[in-house]
Ligand binder design. Structure first.
Ligand SMILES: [Zn+2]
Length: 385
């Protein structure tokens, strides 16, 4: 109990404490009975070993019950001593950051415990309510990543109860996206979003990509399942954030969670919440990225002088209609971004002309300098080339 209130990781059970009567109570006739009880959970899991060590620490979860004072959860790690080689002795610290970060980024963690359990390699990383089984060999980056990812599943699908088989992206994709936000915070600017984007672009370029709105059992191979369930939806959320702006995106993302916690949303409930909160018709976005495997390849075709302006012709060499974010950098160092809405492509146009005031001289023009959108070929997005 005191470990669950400690702001420093407590080594509750060490190698010296593992015997009856020290780390566990002595039962009658050598037997002990444990009874477990949990609220608002949709599954149960259990793990045990006579060799486990136990670390624990408090995580601040925010004011979950809205009584004006902060709530906390006890984060624990159970692992065999040799698993220190895979940084299990950091697991409780990683778990605390994960619970605290996601409680701020999404909404307060509602459960009293979160426990990471060292398990067989076949566990990989597997989520259960308030518990994750993690197996295999990890470096610190991978150990934080898998710990955060599985803890992220407490929000999706443990709280927001989507159908993991029918629409795997609804929990895996959202969790993969949230993991990137947490890793950027924990590893100070680490770009996990770029890793997701690369995973998607590699398959998109080589062919064999399958649309997201497909049953989890009906992918031709694990590669296409993995991209459609993890990397592409995570990348698509980054793109949606780029379309809506961070503030509106965050508001809609949290609102989706608020509306659907402890319920069973379908993809249309997510689509509807984003349209409702942003006040925009995003049907072109959903169709492109969830129902089709259309690709994005915006390019600067020509830049010509026209009086006191430059005429920039932007082409879309893929089928995905997306806004054009044009970063214009001036000779004096000033830079501003022009946005052309996605609607310019919806009549089937493959090119659009953007007028840029010449002003003090234009040094360079770049499409999507912020890398919000998963464009197949970035080489044709910069002028001059
Ligand atoms: Zn997952």
């Amino acid at each position: 109990d005191s470990a669950g209130r400690s702001s420093e990781v407590v080594r509750v059970v060490t190698e010296r404490d593992r015997s009856p009567g020290t780390s566990t109570a002595r039962g009658k006739d050598g037997k002990l009975t444990w009874r477990f009880r949990a609220e608002n959970v949709r599954d149960v899991a259990w793990g045990t070993s006579s060799r486990y060590l136990w670390d624990a620490v408090r995580a601040e979860a925010g004011d979950n019950d809205q009584d004006g004072s902060p709530d906390s959860a006890m984060v624990g790690a159970f692992y065999r001593p040799e698993q220190r080689g895979s940084h299990w002795d950091e697991s409780a610290r990683y778990g605390r950051h994960s619970v605290e970060f996601l409680s701020r980024y999404l909404w307060p963690y509602p459960y009293p415990h979160m426990t990471a359990v060292d398990g067989p390699t076949s566990c990989g990383g597997m989520e259960y309510p308030m518990m994750t089984c993690i197996g295999g060999v990890w470096d610190t980056l991978g150990m934080y990543e898998v710990t955060n990812h599985e803890i992220g599943h407490m929000w999706f699908p443990m709280i927001v109860g989507s159908d993991e088989k029918r629409f795997a992206w609804m929990d895996e994709g959202l969790t993969q996206f949230n993991q990137s936000q947490a890793m950027a915070d924990f590893f100070k600017g680490f770009d996990d979003e770029a890793r997701n984007r690369e995973g998607y672009l590699n398959l998109a370029q080589s062919g064999g990509e399958v649309e997201l709105m497909r049953h989890g059992d009906r992918y031709p191979n694990y590669g296409s399942y993995g991209v459609a369930s993890y990397y592409k939806p995570a990348t698509v959320l980054v793109a949606l954030r780029g379309v809506l702006g961070e503030e509106t995106f965050n508001k809609a993302f949290k609102e989706y969670g608020r509306r659907w916690q402890y319920k069973h949303p379908s993809p249309y409930d997510l689509f509807n919440t984003f349209e409702d909160v942003s006040g925009r018709d995003l049907s072109w976005f959903w169709r492109t990225w969830f129902f089709e495997t259309w690709k994005l390849d915006q390019a600067i075709d020509t830049v010509t002088s026209a009086g006191d302006s430059l005429e920039v012709v932007v082409t879309n060499q893929g089928r995905a209609p997306m806004p054009v974010h044009l970063l214009v950098t001036r000779s004096d160092g000033r830079a501003d971004t022009l946005t052309v809405p996605a609607t310019v492509w919806l009549d089937g146009s493959k090119r659009t002309t953007i007028r840029v005031a010449r002003g003090s001289g234009v040094k360079s023009i770049e499409i999507d300098a912020g890398r919000d959108f998963p464009d197949l070929d970035r080489g044709n997005q910069v002028w001059p080339r």
